[in-house]
Design a binder for this molecule. Structure first.
Ligand SMILES: NC(=O)C1=CN([C@@H]2O[C@H](COP(=O)(O)OP(=O)(O)OC[C@H]3O[C@@H](n4cnc5c(N)ncnc54)[C@H](O)[C@@H]3O)[C@@H](O)[C@H]2O)C=CC1
Ligand SMILES: N[C@@H](CC=O)C(=O)O
Length: 362
């Protein structure tokens, strides 16, 4: 039975939920999927870093409150995240990147992904930055090193929107996409309809683990902008940059406007869309829209998201599911790990792993 050793970069809501899945469902996953998962390294800005090439005992880490985690006092631990050393030197098979998304330049996650691929390690990530801002280059780097770069969770969390489009729409021409692509803002708009004010609604989304570290990205549309870029580049064959995508968020919409619209059968939604024209060019934008009740996206509520694919043979195909959530997004990472296993299980030349030199042990 195959085994994959994982290095978790970032140990917040999502990677912690993945660790819980591994810790509590590992045996069942092994029986069902034919491989086992072992965490050999964890780094985090707040907790530091922890390495055990025999496999970290996750239970005590998961029993601790997230804010109380401190790896410094543990065997193989350090107060320093040591990201580059962990990513490049620790003999893991797969690096799982789940640090903050930085919409401006995708760093430091972009470097984390690059270091891992350069080291011949597979990468799966839920971080939108590297995928939106450097996806083409990173996929090329992965191919050069014979490894996989998977990012299903970068759009619609655990809802398999990218693989659906890439694997199940063969023979179709997809001419455009339109979606509700952010769980936080959709949850917030629903709470405004119910009479809550914006700060309170945002705080609820943060408590539920939906929001970005800086929820401005959710509210002002920057998160959706990155996701529209990913959809356009991955599904419509575009090569969009942030400057190509108009972006307006929902902060200017008052609770009263939201409630007035609802009383008229309209629902305010933050919508990301991309359209491919006859000449192959692609336009994309992010903007709030007051949708009529019959619109396929009007009934999408809470942290649920949806993407309507406009196709030549089927008309509009809409896929909906969770767009945010710790465990839902951890599942996206698990689906990436499964994809890596399916693609590489028969590899007869598994890259040889450097043995962690004693000098590197802490
Ligand atoms: N929470 C969700 O529903 C979803 C989140 N994502 C993305 O997944 C990523 C992780 O999300 P969450 O776990 O919810 O965020 P989080 O804020 O709960 O956790 C991120 C963790 O990364 C750590 N970190 C930040 N910079 C770091 C660095 N340079 N080195 C090491 N650790 C670092 C932080 O200390 C924190 O513990 C983000 O990029 C987010 O946009 C994607 C889809 C859904
Ligand atoms: N903050 C994001 C997390 C998933 O991408 C959202 O709310 O959708």
């Amino acid at each position: 039975m195959g085994r994959y050793d994982l290095a978790l970069i970032g140990f917040g809501g999502v990677n912690r939920a993945l660790a819980e899945l591994i810790s509590r469902r590992g045996d069942r996953l092994a029986r069902e999927l034919g491989f086992t998962l072992r965490v050999v390294a964890i780094t985090d800005l707040r907790a530091g870093s922890l390495v055990d090439t025999d496999g970290i005992d996750l239970a005590p880490l998961l029993a601790a409150e997230p804010g109380e985690l401190n790896f410094a006092g543990l065997a193989g631990g350090s107060a320093d995240p040591r990201n580059e050393w962990v990513i490049r030197e620790v003999p893991a098979d797969i690096v799982v990147e789940a640090t903050f998304t930085n919409p401006a330049d995708g760093e430091p996650a972009l470097s984390h992904v690059r270091w891992a691929l350069e080291s011949g390690k597979h990468v799966c990530t839920t971080n939108k930055g590297p995928v939106a801002l450097a996806g083409r280059a990173l996929k090329q780097l992965a191919a050069e090193h014979g490894v996989s770069f998977e990012f299903e969770g970068s759009v619609l969390s655990g809802t398999p929107i990218l693989r659906t489009a890439q694997r199940l729409f063969g023979g179709l021409e997809i001419t455009g996409v339109q979606g509700i692509l952010n769980g936080t803002s959709n949850y917030v708009l629903g709470r405004l309809e119910e009479g809550l004010d914006l700060p309170a609604a945002i705080a609820e989304a943060q408590d539920l683990g939906y929001a970005e570290a800086d929820p401005t990205a959710d509210i002002e549309g920057h998160d959706v902008q990155l996701k529209v870029m990913i959809l356009a580049n991955e599904v419509l064959g575009a090569d969009l940059r942030r400057g190509d995508v108009f972006c307006e968020g929902i902060s200017a919409i008052t609770p009263q406007e939201v409630q007035d619209a609802a009383s008229k059968g309209l629902r305010w939604k933050l919508v990301g869309s991309a359209t491919r024209h006859e000449d192959g060019s692609v336009d994309a934008r992010v903007a709030p829209l007051a949708l009529p009740a019959h619109h396929p996206l009007a009934g999408i509520s809470g942290p649920v998201n949806a993407v309507a694919f406009h196709t030549d043979l089927l008309g509009t195909v809409t896929v909906s599911g969770p767009g945010a959530g710790r465990i839902e997004t951890a599942y996206a990472l698990l689906s990436d790990l499964i994809a890596i296993h399916q693609r590489h299980a028969d590899d007869d030349t598994t890259p040889t792993r450097p043995v962690l030199q004693e000098t590197h042990r802490v």
